[in-house]
Design a protein around this ligand. Sequence first.
Ligand code: GDD
Ligand code: MN
Length: 389
Amino acid sequence: MTLDYMNKNRPQISIIIPTYNESQNILNILKSIGDIIPKNVFTEAIVVDDNSPDGTGKIVEDYLKSVKKIAGYTIDIIHRTTKNGLSSAILSGIQRAAGDTIIVMDSDLSHPPQIIPKMIETLKKYQCDMVVASRYITGGQINGWNTKRKFLSKVATMIAKRGLNVKTNDPMSGFFAFRKGILKGLSFDAIGFKILLEILVKKRGLDVKEIPYTFQDRKLGSSKLNSSIVFDYIKSVWKLYRSNKLEENNEKRNSVKFFSKAGRFYTIGASGFAINYLISLMLSGGITEIWYLYANIIGIITSMTSNFVFNKWWTFGDRNFSFKKTISQYSKFITFSSLGALIQIGVVFSLVDNNNWVYSTALGVGVLTGAFSNFILNKKWTFKEKLWQ
Ligand code: GDD
Ligand code: MN
Protein backbone atom coordinates (compact mmCIF):
# COMPACT_ATOMS: atom_id res chain seq x y z
CA MET A 1 0.00 0.00 0.00
CA THR A 2 1.62 3.21 -1.07
CA LEU A 3 0.29 6.65 -1.68
CA ASP A 4 1.45 7.90 -5.02
CA TYR A 5 -0.17 11.16 -5.92
CA MET A 6 1.90 12.23 -8.86
CA ASN A 7 0.93 12.09 -12.51
CA LYS A 8 -2.65 11.09 -12.02
CA ASN A 9 -5.46 12.68 -13.96
CA ARG A 10 -8.15 11.93 -11.47
CA PRO A 11 -8.34 13.42 -7.99
CA GLN A 12 -6.29 11.50 -5.44
CA ILE A 13 -7.67 13.28 -2.42
CA SER A 14 -11.33 14.02 -1.84
CA ILE A 15 -12.29 16.48 0.87
CA ILE A 16 -15.88 16.08 1.99
CA ILE A 17 -17.52 19.25 3.31
CA PRO A 18 -21.13 18.96 4.51
CA THR A 19 -23.10 22.18 4.73
CA TYR A 20 -26.37 23.28 6.17
CA ASN A 21 -26.94 27.03 6.25
CA GLU A 22 -23.30 27.93 5.86
CA SER A 23 -23.67 30.79 3.39
CA GLN A 24 -21.25 32.94 5.40
CA ASN A 25 -18.56 30.29 5.64
CA ILE A 26 -18.56 28.07 2.62
CA LEU A 27 -16.55 30.23 0.20
CA ASN A 28 -13.95 31.02 2.85
CA ILE A 29 -13.31 27.37 3.54
CA LEU A 30 -13.20 26.44 -0.16
CA LYS A 31 -10.71 29.23 -0.82
CA SER A 32 -8.45 28.44 2.09
CA ILE A 33 -8.36 24.79 1.08
CA GLY A 34 -7.28 25.92 -2.39
CA ASP A 35 -4.50 27.97 -0.78
CA ILE A 36 -3.01 25.25 1.39
CA ILE A 37 -3.28 21.96 -0.47
CA PRO A 38 0.02 20.65 -1.86
CA LYS A 39 0.28 21.67 -5.50
CA ASN A 40 1.53 18.31 -6.72
CA VAL A 41 -1.53 16.46 -5.43
CA PHE A 42 -4.75 16.49 -7.42
CA THR A 43 -7.44 17.33 -4.88
CA GLU A 44 -11.20 17.68 -5.10
CA ALA A 45 -13.51 19.30 -2.60
CA ILE A 46 -17.04 17.89 -2.47
CA VAL A 47 -19.63 20.08 -0.81
CA VAL A 48 -22.70 18.17 0.33
CA ASP A 49 -25.55 20.61 0.83
CA ASP A 50 -28.97 19.70 2.15
CA ASN A 51 -30.95 22.31 0.29
CA SER A 52 -29.96 24.99 2.82
CA PRO A 53 -32.67 27.66 3.13
CA ASP A 54 -29.96 30.35 3.27
CA GLY A 55 -28.88 29.50 -0.28
CA THR A 56 -25.51 27.89 0.48
CA GLY A 57 -25.93 25.60 -2.54
CA LYS A 58 -26.58 28.44 -4.93
CA ILE A 59 -23.64 30.43 -3.60
CA VAL A 60 -21.34 27.52 -4.41
CA GLU A 61 -22.87 27.07 -7.89
CA ASP A 62 -22.39 30.77 -8.69
CA TYR A 63 -18.85 30.69 -7.39
CA LEU A 64 -18.02 27.70 -9.58
CA LYS A 65 -19.26 29.59 -12.64
CA SER A 66 -17.25 32.70 -11.89
CA VAL A 67 -14.00 31.39 -10.49
CA LYS A 68 -11.05 30.53 -12.66
CA LYS A 69 -9.72 27.03 -12.28
CA ILE A 70 -6.79 26.40 -9.98
CA ALA A 71 -4.44 23.69 -11.22
CA GLY A 72 -4.84 20.44 -9.30
CA TYR A 73 -7.97 21.54 -7.42
CA THR A 74 -11.58 20.98 -8.38
CA ILE A 75 -14.79 21.70 -6.52
CA ASP A 76 -17.96 19.68 -6.83
CA ILE A 77 -21.31 20.01 -5.10
CA ILE A 78 -23.99 17.47 -4.24
CA HIS A 79 -27.46 18.88 -3.70
CA ARG A 80 -29.63 16.75 -1.48
CA THR A 81 -33.28 17.59 -1.21
CA THR A 82 -33.73 17.63 2.57
CA LYS A 83 -31.76 17.97 5.76
CA ASN A 84 -30.76 14.41 6.38
CA GLY A 85 -28.10 14.69 9.01
CA LEU A 86 -24.34 15.14 9.07
CA SER A 87 -23.35 11.45 9.01
CA SER A 88 -25.48 10.63 6.00
CA ALA A 89 -24.25 13.76 4.19
CA ILE A 90 -20.68 12.57 4.71
CA LEU A 91 -21.58 9.16 3.29
CA SER A 92 -23.14 10.77 0.21
CA GLY A 93 -19.92 12.67 -0.30
CA ILE A 94 -17.80 9.56 0.07
CA GLN A 95 -19.90 7.76 -2.54
CA ARG A 96 -19.17 10.50 -5.02
CA ALA A 97 -15.46 10.75 -4.15
CA ALA A 98 -12.90 9.83 -6.78
CA GLY A 99 -9.89 9.94 -4.48
CA ASP A 100 -8.33 7.00 -2.67
CA THR A 101 -7.78 9.26 0.31
CA ILE A 102 -10.81 10.87 1.92
CA ILE A 103 -10.74 13.84 4.26
CA VAL A 104 -13.84 14.83 6.20
CA MET A 105 -14.19 18.29 7.73
CA ASP A 106 -16.74 20.91 8.78
CA SER A 107 -17.46 23.95 6.66
CA ASP A 108 -17.53 26.54 9.44
CA LEU A 109 -13.74 27.00 9.78
CA SER A 110 -13.68 25.19 13.12
CA HIS A 111 -11.32 22.73 11.50
CA PRO A 112 -8.16 24.53 10.31
CA PRO A 113 -7.38 23.50 6.72
CA GLN A 114 -3.74 24.34 7.52
CA ILE A 115 -3.22 20.92 9.03
CA ILE A 116 -4.47 19.00 5.97
CA PRO A 117 -0.95 18.65 4.52
CA LYS A 118 0.20 17.18 7.83
CA MET A 119 -2.69 14.70 7.81
CA ILE A 120 -1.73 13.55 4.33
CA GLU A 121 1.93 13.40 5.29
CA THR A 122 1.12 11.28 8.33
CA LEU A 123 -0.98 8.82 6.31
CA LYS A 124 1.90 8.46 3.94
CA LYS A 125 4.71 8.34 6.46
CA TYR A 126 3.16 5.68 8.72
CA GLN A 127 1.25 3.90 5.97
CA CYS A 128 -1.64 3.85 8.42
CA ASP A 129 -5.36 3.53 7.69
CA MET A 130 -6.56 6.74 9.25
CA VAL A 131 -5.41 10.03 10.72
CA VAL A 132 -7.69 11.73 13.23
CA ALA A 133 -7.23 15.40 14.05
CA SER A 134 -7.55 15.38 17.81
CA ARG A 135 -8.44 17.96 20.43
CA TYR A 136 -7.70 15.56 23.25
CA ILE A 137 -4.02 14.78 22.88
CA THR A 138 -1.05 16.90 23.93
CA GLY A 139 -1.02 20.03 21.80
CA GLY A 140 -4.74 19.85 21.05
CA GLN A 141 -7.15 22.55 22.22
CA ILE A 142 -10.66 23.97 22.04
CA ASN A 143 -11.22 27.69 21.58
CA GLY A 144 -14.54 29.39 22.14
CA TRP A 145 -16.65 26.74 23.79
CA ASN A 146 -18.31 27.39 27.12
CA THR A 147 -17.78 25.09 30.08
CA LYS A 148 -21.05 23.26 29.50
CA ARG A 149 -20.23 22.35 25.91
CA LYS A 150 -16.71 21.31 26.88
CA PHE A 151 -18.11 19.15 29.66
CA LEU A 152 -20.68 17.49 27.37
CA SER A 153 -18.01 16.75 24.81
CA LYS A 154 -15.79 15.17 27.47
CA VAL A 155 -18.67 13.02 28.74
CA ALA A 156 -19.58 11.88 25.23
CA THR A 157 -15.94 11.02 24.57
CA MET A 158 -15.68 9.08 27.80
CA ILE A 159 -18.83 7.10 27.02
CA ALA A 160 -17.40 6.14 23.65
CA LYS A 161 -14.03 5.15 25.03
CA ARG A 162 -15.25 3.18 28.03
CA GLY A 163 -18.56 1.87 26.73
CA LEU A 164 -17.50 1.00 23.23
CA ASN A 165 -13.88 0.27 24.01
CA VAL A 166 -12.54 2.76 21.49
CA LYS A 167 -8.85 3.56 21.81
CA THR A 168 -8.73 6.78 19.79
CA ASN A 169 -8.57 9.85 22.08
CA ASP A 170 -11.00 12.00 20.08
CA PRO A 171 -13.56 9.63 18.55
CA MET A 172 -16.02 12.56 18.36
CA SER A 173 -13.78 14.44 15.98
CA GLY A 174 -15.39 15.57 12.77
CA PHE A 175 -11.98 16.09 11.16
CA PHE A 176 -10.19 13.00 9.86
CA ALA A 177 -8.48 11.44 6.87
CA PHE A 178 -8.51 7.82 5.77
CA ARG A 179 -8.00 5.41 2.92
CA LYS A 180 -11.29 4.84 1.19
CA GLY A 181 -10.62 1.09 0.97
CA ILE A 182 -11.18 0.60 4.70
CA LEU A 183 -14.92 1.13 4.28
CA LYS A 184 -15.31 -1.90 2.04
CA GLY A 185 -18.04 -4.21 3.32
CA LEU A 186 -19.23 -1.84 6.07
CA SER A 187 -22.85 -0.88 6.40
CA PHE A 188 -23.72 2.22 8.38
CA ASP A 189 -26.55 3.31 10.65
CA ALA A 190 -25.48 6.90 9.98
CA ILE A 191 -27.62 8.34 12.74
CA GLY A 192 -26.78 11.91 13.75
CA PHE A 193 -23.26 13.35 13.79
CA LYS A 194 -20.84 10.58 14.71
CA ILE A 195 -19.72 8.80 11.60
CA LEU A 196 -16.11 8.53 12.79
CA LEU A 197 -17.18 6.71 15.95
CA GLU A 198 -19.22 4.29 13.86
CA ILE A 199 -16.23 3.51 11.64
CA LEU A 200 -13.98 2.99 14.66
CA VAL A 201 -16.43 0.60 16.33
CA LYS A 202 -17.36 -1.38 13.24
CA LYS A 203 -13.83 -1.63 11.95
CA ARG A 204 -11.78 -2.81 14.90
CA GLY A 205 -8.04 -2.99 14.54
CA LEU A 206 -7.64 -0.03 12.20
CA ASP A 207 -4.22 1.54 12.36
CA VAL A 208 -5.12 5.07 13.50
CA LYS A 209 -2.72 7.96 14.15
CA GLU A 210 -3.78 11.17 15.85
CA ILE A 211 -2.39 14.64 15.34
CA PRO A 212 -3.26 17.57 17.59
CA TYR A 213 -5.17 20.63 16.43
CA THR A 214 -6.99 23.60 17.88
CA PHE A 215 -10.73 23.54 17.40
CA GLN A 216 -11.94 27.10 16.87
CA ASP A 217 -15.65 27.60 17.47
CA ARG A 218 -17.43 29.15 14.52
CA LYS A 219 -17.40 32.94 14.15
CA LEU A 220 -20.29 33.05 11.69
CA GLY A 221 -23.60 31.23 11.37
CA SER A 222 -24.98 28.94 14.03
CA SER A 223 -24.32 25.44 15.29
CA LYS A 224 -26.64 22.64 14.20
CA LEU A 225 -25.97 20.67 17.33
CA ASN A 226 -29.17 20.58 19.36
CA SER A 227 -30.86 18.30 21.85
CA SER A 228 -32.11 16.00 19.12
CA ILE A 229 -28.50 15.48 17.96
CA VAL A 230 -27.57 14.62 21.55
CA PHE A 231 -30.45 12.15 21.60
CA ASP A 232 -29.23 10.72 18.27
CA TYR A 233 -25.84 10.29 19.88
CA ILE A 234 -27.25 8.24 22.72
CA LYS A 235 -29.30 6.18 20.27
CA SER A 236 -26.34 5.45 18.06
CA VAL A 237 -24.03 4.57 20.97
CA TRP A 238 -26.68 2.17 22.26
CA LYS A 239 -27.06 0.57 18.84
CA LEU A 240 -23.32 0.20 18.42
CA TYR A 241 -23.03 -1.20 21.93
CA ARG A 242 -25.70 -3.81 21.29
CA SER A 243 -24.35 -4.98 17.95
CA ASN A 244 -20.87 -5.07 19.42
CA LYS A 245 -21.96 -7.29 22.32
CA LEU A 246 -23.95 -9.58 20.06
CA GLU A 247 -20.99 -10.05 17.81
CA GLU A 248 -18.63 -10.80 20.69
CA ASN A 249 -21.07 -13.32 22.16
CA ASN A 250 -21.66 -15.02 18.85
CA GLU A 251 -17.99 -15.30 18.22
CA LYS A 252 -17.51 -16.80 21.67
CA ARG A 253 -20.43 -19.17 21.30
CA ASN A 254 -19.22 -20.31 17.90
CA SER A 255 -15.75 -21.19 19.09
CA VAL A 256 -17.10 -22.97 22.17
CA LYS A 257 -19.47 -24.95 19.95
CA PHE A 258 -16.76 -25.85 17.46
CA PHE A 259 -14.30 -27.09 20.03
CA SER A 260 -16.85 -28.96 22.14
CA LYS A 261 -18.05 -30.75 19.01
CA ALA A 262 -14.49 -31.57 18.01
CA GLY A 263 -14.00 -32.89 21.55
CA ARG A 264 -17.03 -35.16 21.26
CA PHE A 265 -15.92 -36.37 17.86
CA TYR A 266 -12.49 -37.32 19.21
CA THR A 267 -13.99 -39.01 22.28
CA ILE A 268 -16.25 -41.11 20.09
CA GLY A 269 -13.25 -41.86 17.88
CA ALA A 270 -11.42 -43.24 20.92
CA SER A 271 -14.47 -45.30 21.94
CA GLY A 272 -14.58 -46.66 18.37
CA PHE A 273 -11.01 -47.75 18.74
CA ALA A 274 -11.86 -49.64 21.93
CA ILE A 275 -14.95 -51.29 20.36
CA ASN A 276 -12.95 -52.26 17.28
CA TYR A 277 -10.20 -53.81 19.37
CA LEU A 278 -12.46 -55.69 21.76
CA ILE A 279 -14.78 -57.14 19.09
CA SER A 280 -11.92 -58.23 16.88
CA LEU A 281 -10.35 -59.98 19.85
CA MET A 282 -13.52 -61.60 21.21
CA LEU A 283 -14.72 -62.99 17.87
CA SER A 284 -11.39 -64.59 17.07
CA GLY A 285 -11.10 -66.59 20.25
CA GLY A 286 -13.05 -65.12 23.11
CA ILE A 287 -16.61 -66.18 22.29
CA THR A 288 -16.41 -67.59 18.74
CA GLU A 289 -13.63 -69.09 16.82
CA ILE A 290 -13.83 -67.32 13.39
CA TRP A 291 -10.82 -66.47 11.26
CA TYR A 292 -9.01 -63.48 12.78
CA LEU A 293 -9.22 -61.33 9.59
CA TYR A 294 -13.00 -61.81 9.42
CA ALA A 295 -13.12 -60.93 13.09
CA ASN A 296 -11.14 -57.80 12.39
CA ILE A 297 -13.41 -56.77 9.50
CA ILE A 298 -16.47 -57.19 11.71
CA GLY A 299 -14.70 -55.15 14.38
CA ILE A 300 -14.02 -52.34 11.92
CA ILE A 301 -17.58 -52.26 10.57
CA THR A 302 -19.09 -52.33 14.05
CA SER A 303 -16.94 -49.48 15.29
CA MET A 304 -17.58 -47.35 12.20
CA THR A 305 -21.29 -47.89 12.69
CA SER A 306 -21.21 -47.08 16.37
CA ASN A 307 -19.08 -44.01 15.61
CA PHE A 308 -21.70 -42.92 13.12
CA VAL A 309 -24.64 -43.39 15.48
CA PHE A 310 -22.94 -41.69 18.43
CA ASN A 311 -21.75 -38.75 16.34
CA LYS A 312 -25.12 -38.29 14.73
CA TRP A 313 -26.87 -38.36 18.09
CA TRP A 314 -24.38 -36.74 20.43
CA THR A 315 -21.87 -34.63 18.49
CA PHE A 316 -24.22 -33.14 15.93
CA GLY A 317 -27.47 -33.49 17.86
CA ASP A 318 -29.30 -34.94 14.86
CA ARG A 319 -32.28 -36.96 16.10
CA ASN A 320 -33.82 -37.66 12.70
CA PHE A 321 -33.29 -41.37 12.10
CA SER A 322 -35.56 -41.74 9.09
CA PHE A 323 -34.34 -44.61 6.93
CA LYS A 324 -33.51 -42.64 3.80
CA LYS A 325 -31.69 -39.83 5.53
CA THR A 326 -29.79 -42.13 7.86
CA ILE A 327 -28.59 -44.39 5.06
CA SER A 328 -27.41 -41.47 2.99
CA GLN A 329 -25.57 -39.96 5.96
CA TYR A 330 -24.14 -43.35 6.84
CA SER A 331 -22.67 -43.90 3.39
CA LYS A 332 -21.12 -40.44 3.42
CA PHE A 333 -19.74 -41.08 6.88
CA ILE A 334 -18.12 -44.34 5.76
CA THR A 335 -16.71 -42.64 2.67
CA PHE A 336 -15.19 -39.80 4.66
CA SER A 337 -13.85 -42.19 7.28
CA SER A 338 -12.08 -44.16 4.56
CA LEU A 339 -10.82 -40.91 3.13
CA GLY A 340 -9.57 -40.00 6.61
CA ALA A 341 -7.76 -43.32 6.74
CA LEU A 342 -6.14 -42.62 3.37
CA ILE A 343 -5.12 -39.16 4.51
CA GLN A 344 -3.62 -40.69 7.63
CA ILE A 345 -1.64 -43.22 5.64
CA GLY A 346 -0.49 -40.50 3.23
CA VAL A 347 0.68 -38.24 6.03
CA VAL A 348 2.52 -41.01 7.84
CA PHE A 349 4.15 -42.20 4.65
CA SER A 350 5.35 -38.79 3.56
CA LEU A 351 6.64 -37.85 7.02
CA VAL A 352 8.57 -41.06 7.45
CA ASP A 353 9.73 -41.50 3.89
CA ASN A 354 10.39 -37.95 2.73
CA ASN A 355 11.11 -36.18 5.97
CA ASN A 356 12.75 -38.96 7.97
CA TRP A 357 10.44 -38.64 10.94
CA VAL A 358 10.39 -41.35 13.60
CA TYR A 359 7.44 -43.64 12.93
CA SER A 360 5.80 -43.14 16.33
CA THR A 361 5.72 -39.33 15.98
CA ALA A 362 4.60 -39.51 12.35
CA LEU A 363 1.83 -41.91 13.38
CA GLY A 364 0.61 -39.48 16.04
CA VAL A 365 0.49 -36.59 13.57
CA GLY A 366 -1.14 -38.86 10.97
CA VAL A 367 -3.90 -40.02 13.32
CA LEU A 368 -4.66 -36.45 14.40
CA THR A 369 -4.74 -35.16 10.81
CA GLY A 370 -6.94 -38.04 9.67
CA ALA A 371 -9.35 -37.58 12.56
CA PHE A 372 -9.49 -33.83 12.04
CA SER A 373 -10.26 -34.12 8.34
CA ASN A 374 -12.91 -36.71 9.28
CA PHE A 375 -14.47 -34.24 11.65
CA ILE A 376 -14.43 -31.34 9.20
CA LEU A 377 -15.73 -33.35 6.24
CA ASN A 378 -18.52 -34.99 8.21
CA LYS A 379 -19.49 -31.75 9.90
CA LYS A 380 -19.80 -29.96 6.61
CA TRP A 381 -21.10 -32.62 4.22
CA THR A 382 -22.67 -35.42 6.24
CA PHE A 383 -24.42 -33.34 8.88
CA LYS A 384 -24.58 -30.17 6.81
CA GLU A 385 -23.40 -27.75 9.45
CA LYS A 386 -21.47 -24.54 9.04
CA LEU A 387 -17.81 -25.17 9.76
CA TRP A 388 -17.43 -22.53 12.46
CA GLN A 389 -20.20 -23.05 14.99
N1 GDD B 1 -25.39 18.42 4.71
C1 GDD B 1 -25.56 18.56 6.03
N2 GDD B 1 -26.71 18.07 6.60
N3 GDD B 1 -24.62 19.18 6.78
C2 GDD B 1 -24.82 19.31 8.11
C3 GDD B 1 -25.97 18.82 8.75
C4 GDD B 1 -26.96 18.17 7.94
O1 GDD B 1 -28.01 17.71 8.39
N4 GDD B 1 -25.87 19.09 10.07
C5 GDD B 1 -24.69 19.74 10.23
N5 GDD B 1 -24.07 19.89 9.05
C6 GDD B 1 -22.75 20.49 8.80
C7 GDD B 1 -22.59 21.92 9.21
O2 GDD B 1 -22.98 22.81 8.20
C8 GDD B 1 -21.12 22.01 9.55
O3 GDD B 1 -20.33 22.17 8.39
C9 GDD B 1 -20.81 20.63 10.10
O4 GDD B 1 -21.83 19.79 9.61
C10 GDD B 1 -20.80 20.61 11.63
O5 GDD B 1 -21.97 21.18 12.14
P1 GDD B 1 -21.95 22.24 13.31
O6 GDD B 1 -23.33 22.69 13.53
O7 GDD B 1 -20.92 23.28 13.05
O8 GDD B 1 -21.55 21.29 14.48
P2 GDD B 1 -20.67 21.58 15.78
O9 GDD B 1 -19.62 22.60 15.54
O10 GDD B 1 -21.58 21.79 16.90
O11 GDD B 1 -20.03 20.13 15.94
C11 GDD B 1 -18.72 19.93 15.64
O12 GDD B 1 -18.07 19.42 16.74
C12 GDD B 1 -18.19 18.06 16.97
C13 GDD B 1 -17.16 17.72 18.00
O13 GDD B 1 -17.64 17.92 19.26
C14 GDD B 1 -18.55 19.06 14.39
O14 GDD B 1 -17.22 19.16 13.99
C15 GDD B 1 -18.78 17.65 14.59
O15 GDD B 1 -18.41 16.92 13.40
C16 GDD B 1 -17.91 17.24 15.73
O16 GDD B 1 -18.17 15.92 15.97
MN1 MN C 1 -19.23 23.86 14.06
